[in-house]
Design a protein around this ligand. Structure first.
Ligand code: 5GP
Ligand code: MN
Length: 333
């Protein structure tokens, strides 16, 4: 593994046009790993372009470097040019090309540059030249730290690199409480704090920066759009496009609602269904002996981890929820 990390850093040093990509529907880890790597590459004396399928959510706009992200949805031609002329392309925090959206996936797959996957999702697809796939690692941001550390560049870590890596590790571990946290995770966090990362600022920016609309949308979702199944430890929260509009939905406003459903006493499996851009986007969470990745993959064109997975559906909201309810006995008996 050390060899692979060293090889990647050698590739960075010998490349002229580097592009960093990550998955659609950006979260703390996709943005954090991308910007951590972006600033690390700068410290190595090189430049990289960060090309994501879509824009960062508002709750992450405070982060240094977030303005450098070029969203494919707004600048398709620019991103196409960058990908086509890249000699090195990083694929961070996703395991298969369709996670960047169909259109961008076509450009990515056709691009001639060397592709490097750094990811922690199960079942990596075979589309990259170099693959770091560590499915027991809590976050891709932790793997970017490993890349920096194991290539003996840890002294290069400054606040610009450390802050997004802290953010990604924090958000993908539910603030360091999920089973995916390892002693190594805390070792790394300790080092990031030594390097000047202001951890309480990151928590405050992410968790204590609600708009009233956001809070009211969440309150509404819990009060009016929550259902618990009778014979199974399953809870569902769903929001229609009209619900979102009523509370002036902004990207990121529903983040974590699925965990709220899972936190209800006795609930072991939670589903969050939201009508967005003409499709239903689904998030699943579970705990204990219940795993949601298989159902997501088989039934909702998705995938993910055992305890956190997702997918989508082209049916309407009501039939999608009904489909899930009908599948519960098959997958969770
Ligand atoms: P979230 O619910 O936070 O959107 O996603 C949780 C996890 O589920 C993600 O880290 C990802 O592994 C997986 N996931 C969510 N949506 C999709 C999807 O549409 N396709 C695939 N393959 N995985 C997804
Ligand atoms: Mn991740």
């Amino acid at each position: 593994m050390i060899d692979t990390y060293e090889r990647i850093v050698e590739l960075v040093k010998s490349s002229e046009r580097i592009v960093i990509t990550s998955h659609k529907g950006p979260d703390g880890d996709s943005i954090g790993s991308s910007l951590g790597l972006y600033y690390f590459i700068q410290q190595l004396g090189k430049q990289a372009a960060v090309c994501h399928p879509d824009e960062a959510p508002i709750f992450l706009k405070w982060l240094n470097g977030v303005d450098a992200i070029i969203p494919f949805e707004s600048y398709p031609n620019h991103v196409r040019d960058l990908l086509e002329s890249a000699d090195l392309i990083f694929c961070l925090d996703y395991n298969s090309p369709e996670r960047v959206g169909q259109e961008m996936a076509q450009v990515l797959l056709a691009a001639r540059g060397k592709k490097v996957m750094i990811d922690h999702h199960m079942f990596p697809a075979d589309f990259c030249d170099i693959v770091i796939s560590e499915t027991t690692c809590c976050s891709t941001s932790q793997l970017i730290y490993e890349l920096i550390d194991q290539s003996v560049n840890v002294d290069l870590i400054n606040e610009n690199i450390g802050t997004p890596l802290y953010l990604g590790m924090m958000t993908d571990t539910g603030s360091f409480r999920f089973p995916s946290v390892q002693p190594r995770t805390h070792d790394i966090i300790a080092d990031l704090l030594r390097k000047g990362v202001k951890h309480s600022m990151v928590h405050e920016k992410v968790y204590d920066s609600n708009t009233l609309d956001r809070l009211q949308l969440r309150g509404f979702a819990i009060a009016e759009r929550f259902q618990k199944l009778n014979d199974f430890p399953v809870a569902i929260i769903s929001l229609s496009a009209a619900d979102l509009q009523r509370f002036n939905y902004k990207k990121g406003d529903t983040e974590g609602l699925v965990n709220v459903a899972l936190s209800v006493e006795g609930i072991m499996i939670a589903g969050f269904f939201v009508e967005k851009d003409g499709i239903i986007k689904i998030s699943f969470r579970s705990k204990g002996d219940y795993f949601v990745n298989e159902m997501s993959m088989n039934e909702f064109s998705g995938g993910g981890h055992k305890y956190a997975a997702g997918g989508m559906s082209a049916d309407n909201l009501e039939s999608t929820i009904q489909k899930f309810i009908d599948l519960v006995p098959t997958y969770f008996s």
